[in-house]
Write a new protein. Structure first.
Length: 114
């Protein structure tokens, strides 16, 4: 676990950012069965010594998991970095599109193997 004292070095910030993305890789869209990073729903991650701010979107404004996914994202990051304040902001600009899906995830959605 990375402590706040360690977070002053640039390497520690990069490690914290990596930890955030690893945590978000474990948050799956239940309808599509793909993680939110591979779906391109995570737009930005900002980290500092005691705080993580995440900008993410959803596939549509009326998405049935509009409350679930941001809450799961926050909980996953909070579990990975327990001494950190985590904020997940749902943003709508730019709008999400299938062009944001990773090539591997897109193949899975199209019925191919990942």
């Amino acid at each position: 676990m990375i402590t706040p004292q360690d977070a002053s070095a640039p390497e520690a910030e990069a490690d914290r950012r990596d930890a955030v993305y690893r945590a978000l890789d474990g948050v799956w869209d239940p309808e599509l069965g793909i993680d939110i990073v591979a779906l391109g729903l995570v737009y930005d991650v900002r980290v500092d010594a005691n705080r993580v701010d995440i900008d993410m979107t959803l596939t549509t404004p009326g998405c049935p998991v509009s409350e679930q996914l941001p809450s799961e994202a926050e909980a996953a990051v909070q579990a990975a970095l327990p001494d950190t304040d985590v904020t997940v902001n749902v943003v709508w600009e730019p709008p999400w599109s299938v062009a944001k899906i990773s090539p591997v995830a897109l193949r899975r959605l199209q019925g191919g193997r990942a």
